[in-house]
Ligand binder design. Structure first.
Ligand code: BES
Ligand code: ZN
Length: 834
C-alpha cells in the first residue's frame, strides 16, 4: 500500500451506485470510473476487499473490452487483465456485491431501538483504508478524484452523502437519490448513509448546516448546531478561505468506532460526542462536544482541502485539527480555559507515550493499512499538537496564520507534505522553521533539560527523557526554543546542545508557561525555591503545573524519591487551579492503584485522603455562583477519588443524593458520574442489580455510559467478574467495550482481573472487533497497569502465540510500561523499608 512513485493508472471521476439490502445485510454496487492511462498497459491494479466482483468491462476507443479479474485478498487488490493494451482515457465498469458488516469499518450497519422496535441504518467509515470495502477504487490519499453518488433505498428511508441531493426518482417501491458531484478529493473522505433520519437545520451564510440524528433525538442537536455555526464562521475567518460545499451535515451514529470522522460535508459522530440534553448532560460532555466539532471542522480545510501525500504525514491532519480545535474553542469560549486544559488533554498524553523507547517519530514510515491504523495515537495527535503550539509561540500567531493561509491556498484540492508546510511557515515568518521543527518531527522522543545555577550563571543541558531509565545518558539533539523566567523577566534562547545565561534574580523557572515540549530537572536549591513560589502562587498556574508534571516523571523513572515527592506536593495545599490539581489528583490516584496490595498502601491512602480533603473543603459539593466552569470537572474528579479512598463523609453524602435522585429524578449532571461510581464503590449485590437496571433503562448513551463505568467500581470480585462478562454481552455496544475495562484497571480491587479475562476471551475479542480494529488496542493497553516482570514475560509470550496484526506498537508500549511500573514498585518498596 505504499504510494507508488509512478502511478500507471489514476481515477478522474467515480460514478457510484449503491443499493443496500437490510434483510440480508448486503449491498449491490455498480461503478463507472473515468480513468487516465498515461502509458499503454494491459493490466490495471486497484484496491478491493471483502467484495464479490460480478463483472468488469473497460470502454476504450469505442470498444467494450472484457477484463479478467483476480482478487488478491491478502494485498486487498483487484487485478484486471485485458486482452489488449489501452492508453489515454478509458472507462471502467464494475458490478459488485458487498456486506453491510457490523465491524464499524467500510459500509457498515448500526443498530438501535425506536419505540420498542429494533432498527438499522447503514453508514460508512473509510479512513484510513476501508473505502475498498465498499467499492473497488484507488484507495490512497493521493489518488484524488470527483465522485457522483447514487443511493437506491426503500422509499421510507433517507439517503445522505457528501453533497446535496440533485434528483430523487421513484423506482417502484424504492427511491433513487442522486447527489451532486463532489470536489476533487481522496477516497477516505467519501460518505454514504441510509436510514430513518431526523434533521435540525440552520444556515451560516449560504451554507446549509444540519444536525442529523435517528428519530426522536433532533432536539438534542441544538447545542451542536450552535457550535457548528460558531466554529465554521471562525475557521472561514481564520483561514481566509470559505467552506467550499453548499451543505454540511453533522450526523450522530449509534455505533461508531472512534469519536468522530471528518467526511467532507458529512461529518459523523458518536452520539455522546454530538448530542446534548440540557437536563442530563454534563459540563464535561458539553466541552467535549465543542472540541470534537471544532476538530472535525478544522479538517474540512486541513485534511480535506489539502491532504497529506501519504500516511507518514498523518500528523499534518491530526495535529493541526487538534491544535486548531483548541484555538477555535478558546476564541469563542475563553472562560473554559482551553489552552490551560490543552496541557491535560494534549501535552500529558504526548509526553507520556514519547517517554517510551517504543514510541515513534511524528513523521513515521508506514506501509500496510495495519501500520497506518496504529499511528492514530498520542504522537500524531497530542505530541504533534503540542509541538505546533511551541512553533506558533516561536514564530508568533500572525506569522503562523499567514503561513497557514498560504500553505492551504498553494495546495488546495491537492496533496502536501511536512516539508511544504515548513516552506510556507518559514516564508511567512522568515525564521528557521524547517531546521527547528525537523528535530521535533523526525526524531523520536523529547528532551529533559537539566538546569543548574552555578555562581551567577544558569547552565542548561539536554538529553532524551526516558521512563525506563537505564542510567545511560543520551545526548539530546533538539533545537529547543527555551525560555527562562527570572521573576518578571523572561529570557529566550535557541538551545542546541547546551546553553548558559546570566542569573540575575532570586529564582528561575525554565519553560515559561509550558509552551515547549520538554521537561526540566532542577538542582535541589532551585527546586526548593520553586516549592516556595508554588505555595505563594508567585508563578502562573501553567508553571505550577509544569513543575509538578516534570517531577512526577522523575518519580516514576526513579530519579526522585517518592517520599520527597510526597513532601513536595504539600506546597500545593493552597492550590485552586483546575489543571494543576488535575495533574496532582491524577498522579495520586495512579500511586493509589499501583501500590495497592503493598504493606505501605495505607500510608499512601492516608496521604491522598488528607491532601484531597484539604482541597475538597474549599470546593464543596455544590456549585457556587461565579465559580469557573472547570470547577465542575474538578469537583467530580475529587468526589470520585475521595470515595475510592473510603472517605466516609463523601460516601454517605453520595448515597443520600443518589436515593433522593431515585425519587425525584433530579441530580446535577456534573455530579452524576461521581455519585453513581461512589454508590457502586460502597455497594453490594443488590446495588449491582439496581445499577444494571438503571443502565438498561437509561434514555441517552451518555447516561448509559455513566452506569456502565460504575459497574467496574464495585469492590467485590464476584461482581467485577460479572461486569467483565457483561461487557462482552449483546447489551454493551462493541464501541463501548473498552470503557468498563479501562475503569476496571483503575480500581485497586479490579486491576488483577483484567489480564486473565483478556487471555480467556482473546479469540472472542478479536472476532468481535475484527482484525486491525483500533478498539482492540485499547483493550491491550489495559495490561499496562501491571507492575510485575513475570507478568510482562507472560503477556509477551501470550501475544507471540496469539499475534494479531496491527497490535505490535501498542503491545510493545504496554510491555514497556509494565517494566517501568515494576522497577518503580521495587524502588518504592525499598524506600518504605519493605
Ligand atoms: N480522522 C479522525 C477519525 C479517525 C480516527 C479515523 C482513527 C480513522 C482512524 C478524526 O478526525 C478524529 O481525530 N477523531 C477523534 C476525535 C478528536 C476530537 C480527537 C476521535 O475519534 O477520537
Ligand atoms: Zn482528526
Amino acid at each position: 500500500m505504499e504510494p507508488s512513485l509512478v502511478r500507471p493508472v489514476s481515477p478522474i471521476n467515480y460514478d457510484l451506485e449503491f443499493e443496500p439490502d437490510f434483510d440480508k445485510f448486503k449491498f449491490r454496487g455498480k461503478e463507472k470510473i473515468l480513468i487516465k492511462v498515461p502509458r499503454p498497459t494491459r493490466q490495471i491494479i486497484m484496491h478491493s476487499a471483502e467484495l464479490e466482483i460480478q463483472d468488469c468491462t473497460v470502454l476504450w476507443n469505442e470498444k467494450k473490452i472484457r477484463a479478467k479479474v483476480r482478487l488478491d485478498e491478502k494485498k486487498e487488490e483487484l487485478v484486471l487483465n485485458l486482452p489488449e493494451k489501452i492508453s489515454g482515457r478509458a472507462v471502467l465498469l464494475i458490478n459488485f456485491v458487498g456486506t453491510l458488516n457490523d465491524k464499524l469499518v467500510g459500509f457498515y450497519r448500526s443498530k438501535y431501538e425506536y419505540k420498542g422496535k429494533e432498527k438499522h441504518l447503514a453508514t460508512t467509515q473509510f479512513e484510513a483504508a476501508d473505502a475498498r470495502r465498499a467499492f473497488p477504487c484507488w484507495d490512497e490519499p493521493e489518488d484524488k478524484a470527483t465522485f457522483d453518488v447514487s443511493l437506491i433505498v426503500d422509499s421510507n428511508l433517507t439517503a445522505l452523502s457528501n453533497m446535496p441531493v440533485v434528483s430523487k426518482k421513484r423506482l417502484g417501491k424504492k427511491t433513487s437519490f442522486r447527489f451532486d458531484t463532489t470536489p476533487v478529493m481522496s477516497t477516505y473522505l467519501l460518505y454514504l448513509a441510509v436510514g430513518e433520519f431526523e434533521f435540525l437545520q440552520g444556515k451560516l451564510g449560504k451554507t446549509l448546516v444540519r444536525i442529523v440524528t435517528t428519530q426522536g433525538k433532533k432536539e438534542q442537536g441544538k447545542m451542536a448546531l450552535l457550535f457548528t455555526k460558531q466554529f465554521l464562521a471562525y475557521f472561514q475567518k481564520y483561514f481566509k478561505i470559505p467552506y467550499p460545499l453548499p451543505k454540511l451535515d453533522m450526523i450522530a451514529i449509534p455505533d461508531f468506532a472512534s469519536g468522530a470522522m471528518e467526511n467532507w460535508g458529512a461529518i459523523t459522530f458518536r452520539e455522546t460526542v454530538l448530542l446534548y440534553d440540557p437536563k442530563t448532560s454534563s459540563t464535561d460532555t458539553m466541552q467535549h462536544i465543542a472540541e470534537v466539532i471544532a476538530h472535525e471542522l478544522a479538517h474540512q480545510w486541513f485534511g480535506n482541502l489539502v491532504t497529506m501525500k501519504w500516511w507518514n504525514d498523518l500528523w499534518l491532519n491530526e495535529s493541526f485539527a487538534t491544535f486548531m480545535a483548541t484555538k477555535a474553542v478558546d476564541k469563542i469560549y475563553p472562560e473554559w480555559d482551553f489552552w490551560d486544559q490543552f496541557l491535560i488533554s494534549e501535552m500529558t498524553g504526548g509526553m507520556s507515550l514519547d517517554s517510551l523507547k517504543s514510541s515513534h517519530p511524528i513523521d513515521v514510515d508506514v506501509k500496510s493499512p495495519a501500520e497506518v491504523r496504529q499511528i492514530f495515537d498520542e504522537i500524531s495527535y497530542n505530541k504533534g499538537g503540542s509541538v505546533l503550539m511551541m512553533l506558533e509561540n516561536f514564530i508568533g500567531p500572525d506569522n503562523f496564520q499567514r503561513g497557514m493561509h498560504s500553505y492551504l491556498k498553494k495546495h488546495e484540492y491537492s496533496n502536501a507534505t511536512t516539508e511544504d508546510l515548513w516552506n510556507s511557515l518559514g516564508a511567512a515568518s522568515r525564521k528557521p522553521v524547517r531546521q527547528l521543527m525537523n528535530t521535533w518531527v523526525r526524531q523520536i522522543g523529547y528532551p529533559i533539560v537539566e538546569a543548574k545555577a552555578i555562581d551567577s550563571k544558569i547552565k542548561l543541558s539536554q538529553k532524551r527523557f526516558l521512563l525506563e531509565n537505564d542510567g545511560k545518558s543520551r545526548q539530546g539533539n533538539w533545537i529547543i526554543p527555551v525560555s527562562i523566567r527570572m521573576e518578571d523577566k523572561v529570557v529566550t534562547k535557541m538551545m542546541r546542545g547546551s546553553v548558559t545565561v546570566p542569573y540575575t534574580s532570586r529564582w528561575f523557572k525554565v519553560n515559561d508557561g509550558q509552551k515547549g515540549f520538554y521537561r526540566v530537572r532542577y538542582d535541589e536549591n532551585a527546586l526548593d525555591n520553586l516549592g516556595r513560589l508554588v505555595e505563594e502562587k508567585k508563578i502562573s498556574n501553567l508553571d505550577r503545573w509544569s513543575i509538578h508534571h516534570d517531577l512526577t516523571a522523575l518519580v516514576i523513572s526513579n530519579q526522585y524519591q517518592l517520599k520527597h515527592y510526597l513532601d513536595f506536593v504539600r506546597h500545593y495545599e493552597e492550590e485552586d487551579d483546575y489543571v494543576v490539581l488535575s495533574d496532582i489528583i491524577g498522579f495520586l490516584n495512579f500511586l493509589y492503584v499501583l501500590l495497592s496490595g503493598e504493606k505501605f498502601w495505607d500510608e499512601i491512602k492516608e496521604f491522598n485522603q488528607y491532601f484531597m480533603n484539604v482541597i475538597f473543603r474549599r470546593i464543596g459539593w455544590d456549585k457556587v455562583k461565579g465559580e469557573k466552569p472547570t470547577y465542575a470537572l474538578l469537583r467530580s474528579s475529587l468526589i470520585g477519588s475521595l470515595a475510592k479512598l473510603d472517605d466516609k463523609e463523601i460516601v454517605e453524602e453520595a448515597k443520600s443524593r443518589f436515593s433522593n435522585t431515585l425519587r425525584s429524578g433530579l441530580l446535577n449532571p456534573d455530579l452524576r458520574s461521581a455519585v453513581y461510581s461512589t454508590v457502586a464503590w460502597d455497594g453490594n449485590p443488590g446495588t449491582y442489580q439496581q445499577m444494571v437496571g438503571l443502565y438498561r433503562k437509561a434514555s441517552t448513551q451518555e447516561e448509559k455510559i455513566r452506569f456502565l463505568g460504575s459497574l467496574s467500581n464495585f469492590k467485590e470480585e464476584r461482581l467485577l467478574a460479572k461486569t467483565l462478562a457483561f461487557a462482552l454481552s449483546r447489551e454493551v455496544r462493541t464501541q463501548n467495550l473498552f470503557m468498563p475495562v479501562a475503569r476496571m484497571v483503575a480500581n485497586p480491587y479490579g486491576k488483577e482481573l483484567v489480564w486473565p479475562w483478556i487471555k480467556k476471551n482473546w479469540k472472542g475479542l478479536v472476532k468481535k472487533f475484527g482484525v486491525g480494529n483500533p478498539l482492540l488496542n485499547r483493550i491491550i493497553g489495559s495490561v499496562s497497569v501491571m507492575a510485575d516482570l513475570e507478568k510482562e514475560k507472560e503477556v509477551r509470550s501470550f501475544f507471540v502465540k496469539h499475534h494479531v496484526p496491527g497490535t505490535e506498537m501498542k503491545l510493545a508500549q504496554s510491555l514497556e510500561r509494565i517494566r517501568i511500573h515494576a522497577k518503580f514498585l521495587k524502588n518504592a518498596r525499598k524506600e518504605f523499608g519493605q
